[in-house]
Structures are given as structure tokens and as C-alpha cells.
Design a binder for this molecule. Structure first.
Ligand code: NDP
Length: 418
């Protein structure tokens, strides 16, 4: 026996000889009589509640290069929250690990590459974007090769150990006509975006100074910390690895670029962790408006993840400021302390989707190669200032407008409405 849906049955019973029917609802109290076709028939496009995510076949295909801690624990799981990307390929020096990860995410065996056959990605049209999540000394090589293979690139921070490598990466992107974005996830994170807006809108009064501290205890037993303690692989010590968050926050919170730098470095010479790289870096940035940032990074302390912006009328505090999953944003003034209570969102997925949207719209990403290069130049200048013991001038023509700093702010509005 054929099962007939109750609604369809009701419609059939109402059907008249002329091949059309009066909808049951149209016979209701309002008395309106709307004619509807008796058969399935197309209707106009309804108003959409929110922008449509890309369907599976229209998503940009991503290859992930380097299956380490951050890739496996944070980025790969975030593809599930992305609206525009899908994972299609893996690149790893460990084939067994890559197979296991591929099996989990449904990546085809043919789409697993090693470092030796990496350049074959050029032949794979399913790959649109390559995400480089290798130790910093390898960033330039794999970024440039991915660009030469015709792919867009998201490269992890720090961009590279030297400015010359950053320049080569930017030039390769220009030559290839492909996007290069540096993975500054905090610039796509809701609490940080809201902090930028509040400062830009003068809600703290005139901004006076910023503090930012990022530190943790490195463990030489951990493979992911072993390369971090090798200068050649990491480019630097705590500054290159996590001090970059203090530096980047000082720049996006002030909305300015430093013009003078002073710094000091403190490492316990008897601690074998600091044979090649530095431990504690204290640095001070002076901005054109007179705003000062006092920043720090360390590799031998309990975890610290904090940023404050002190204005004439109020103090903004984020702690944690740049964590993976937890953030807090509060504002203190003479009226007391207000916790903003913003909900958490997946900043990794926001970052992935930002690059996809830039590729589709052919626009420059919010954090392009030039943004990564600026931090590398500044970190090297911080080392130089510490070595010299003097306050050093810093010149650059890199600038960002309020609109640039607030790109991606729509996520905050969406979270406030939710
Ligand atoms: P891991 O050491 O955990 O992973 C690095 C991976 O790179 C390895 O697992 C390996 O993958 C591959 N690799 C290739 N050659 C080498 C080599 N000679 N030595 C070590 N690894 C090698 O590091 P993380 O995942 O913590 O960091 C990777 C990158 O991500 C770095 O650039 C780091 O700065 C950045 N990062 C960014 C964060 C952020 O919040 N944006 C947070 C943490 C890290 P395989 O075995 O598959 O070949």
C-alpha cells in the first residue's frame, strides 16, 4: 500500500475538476482565497535569514603541510566549522601518520604527499590553498613552492626568520598572482576585534599606553619545543614564538606602527634551554601619537596571556587575550568594572574563511605578507635594540586604516545578536 502524507491527502480531497485547488489554509478565518498549483511547482526565492555557506562542491580545497600539534589539535578540526573550505590533501614526512589522519578526515590516499614529492601538488586541481604549518625556517621554501605551483597560501606565524625570506615570499605571491596570508588568528577573533573597535571609537578616552605579556614554560622533552629552542629552526626564542602576539596586539590595539624601540633580554646562562635562543624579552614601543606599549615574552615562566589598553577614562583588559578557546574582555572606569561577556567563536575557522572569501572576491587578505614582514622587521629591531642598549628609531611605510583594522568585525555583531 502506498503511504500518502496527510497534507497531500487533504490537498487531493480538496482538488476540484478544473485542475487547481483552494489551499486548506486559504479557506481559513481570513477568508482569502489563494490559488496554488495542484502539482509540485517552483516558487520565488525566499528571503534568506543569513548568507549561504558554500556547498561541498564549491568549497575551496585546502592542503595542510606539516601534521604537528597545532595542525592536528586546532586547525584540522576547525574545517568542520568553516563555511568555505574543505580539507582535500595532506603533506607530511610521516606517511603512516598522514594515512591515519587522512582516514579520519576522508582525504583520498592519492592526495597524501611527502616533502619529496610536494611539488606534484601543481598537478592537483582539487587543491586551491596550501596551509603551511611547519617550523618557521621552512615557511619560505614551502610557501614559495606552493605559490609557484599556482596555489594560494596561508602561512603560520612568524612569517620567516629573515626579512629577505619575507620579501621573497611576497614577491613569489605577486609573481604568481596568488594570495599570501599570514595566520594571525587573533585578528579574526571576536574579543580582540571588539577591543580594537572600542579603542578606535574612543570608548576608553584618549589611549595612553598598552601592555601585553605572553609567556610559558618550554619543555625540552616535547618535540614541538625542541625546534623552538633551536635558533636556526625557530628564527628566535620566546619573542619569535609568542612575543609576536604581544607585538602584534600592541600594533592592532594602538592602530599605529612603532617609531622608537627599546628592549632588554634576560636568559639564565646555566639553563640549557637558552643556549641558542632567548628566554625573557622586555620591549617598549613608542607610537607616533605618543602612545607607549610595554610588552614582554618568556619561555621559562607559568603561562601568561594578557593585554591591556589604558585610556584617559577607562582601562580595557583582556586575559586571556589570545588563547585558543577562552577569552575575557573587561572595561574598568570610575563607574566600576564591566565584563563584556562576548560568546566564543572559532577563530581558526574565521581565519580559514577570510582567506577563502579574499580568493573568491580577489581582495587582499587582512593579514597579508606585508603584515608578517612588519613583525619580522620589528622583532629583529627589538633584538638589535636589546644588543645596543639604546632606544632605536624604527621607520616603515606600513599603515593600516580603521577599516582595515576592523575587517571581520561582522563576527562580533553576529555574536552579539545570537
Ligand atoms: P610541531 O612541532 O608540533 O609540528 C611541526 C610539524 O612540522 C611536524 O609535526 C612535522 O610534521 C613538520 N616538520 C617538518 N620538518 C620538521 C622538522 N625538521 N622539525 C620539526 N617538524 C618538522 O609544531 P607546532 O604545530 O606547534 O607549530 C608549527 C607551526 O605553527 C609553527 O610555525 C608555529 O609557530 C605555528 N603555531 C601557530 C600557532 C597559532 O596559534 N597560530 C600555535 C602553535 C604553533 P610531519 O611529521 O607531518 O612531517
Amino acid at each position: 500500500m502506498n503511504a500518502v502524507a496527510p497534507d497531500l491527502l487533504r490537498r487531493r480531497l480538496l482538488q476540484g475538476a478544473g485542475g487547481s485547488l483552494l489551499a486548506a489554509s486559504a479557506l481559513g478565518a481570513a477568508g482569502a482565497q489563494t490559488r496554488v498549483p495542484e502539482r509540485a511547482s517552483g516558487q520565488p526565492m525566499p528571503e534568506l535569514a543569513r548568507p549561504l555557506p558554500a556547498g561541498p562542491q564549491r568549497r575551496l580545497g585546502w592542503a595542510v603541510v606539516g601534521l604537528g600539534n597545532f595542525a592536528l589539535n586546532q586547525m584540522l578540526p576547525s574545517f568542520a566549522d568553516s563555511k568555505h573550505a574543505r580539507l582535500v590533501a595532506l603533506v607530511s614526512g610521516n606517511r603512516d601518520k598522514a594515512r591515519e589522519v587522512a582516514g579520519h578526515y576522508g582525504v583520498e590516499d592519492d592526495n597524501i604527499y611527502g616533502y619529496d614529492d610536494f611539488d606534484r601538488i601543481a598537478e592537483n586541481d582539487a587543491i586551491d590553498v596550501v596551509y603551511i604549518v611547519l617550523p618557521p625556517a621552512l615557511h619560505a621554501d614551502y610557501t614559495i613552492r606552493a605559490l609557484e605551483a599556482g596555489k594560494h597560501v596561508l602561512c603560520e606565524k612568524p612569517m620567516a626568520p629573515t626579512v629577505a625570506e619575507c620579501d621573497a615570499m611576497i614577491e613569489a605571491a605577486d609573481r604568481a598572482g596568488r594570495k599570501l596570508m599570514i595566520a594571525y588568528r587573533a585578528q579574526y577573533q571576536a574579543h580582540n576585534l571588539e577591543a580594537i573597535r572600542m579603542i578606535q571609537d574612543g570608548e576608553l578616552g584618549a589611549l595612553k599606553y598598552i601592555t601585553s605579556a605572553h609567556s610559558r614554560n618550554t619543555n625540552p622533552e616535547e618535540p614541538a619545543d625542541q625546534w623552538r629552542l633551536q635558533k636556526e629552526m625557530a628564527g628566535g626564542g620566546s619573542l619569535f614564538d609568542i612575543g609576536i602576539y604581544s607585538l602584534n596586539a600592541a600594533r592592532y590595539l594602538s592602530g599605529e606602527e612603532p617609531v622608537r624601540i627599546s628592549a632588554s633580554i634576560h636568559s639564565d646562562a646555566s639553563d640549557p634551554r637558552f643556549r641558542e635562543v632567548e628566554d625573557l624579552v622586555l620591549f617598549r614601543l613608542e607610537f607616533p601619537s605618543g602612545v607607549i606599549a610595554n610588552c614582554s615574552s618568556g619561555f621559562s615562566t607559568a603561562s601568561m596571556n594578557r593585554a591591556t589598553a589604558v585610556g584617559a577614562d577607562a582601562v580595557l583588559t583582556m586575559e586571556p587575550a589570545t588563547d585558543y578557546y577562552r577569552h575575557s574582555l573587561s572595561v574598568s572606569s570610575k563607574d566600576g568594572t564591566r565584563e563584556l561577556g562576548l560568546r566564543e567563536d572559532n577563530q581558526f575557522a574565521q581565519e580559514i574563511d577570510h582567506l577563502c572569501e579574499c580568493i573568491r572576491a580577489d581582495t587582499t587578505p587582512k593579514t597579508p605578507g606585508a603584515e608578517g614582514r612588519q613583525d619580522v622587521r620589528l622583532m629583529l629591531a627589538i633584538y638589535e635594540a636589546a644588543r645596543s642598549g639604546r632606544t632605536m628609531p624604527f621607520e616603515s611605510d606600513y599603515r593600516r586604516s580603521r577599516e582595515e583594522l576592523l575587517r571581520g568585525y561582522a563576527i562580533v555583531e553576529a555574536l552579539k545578536q545570537a
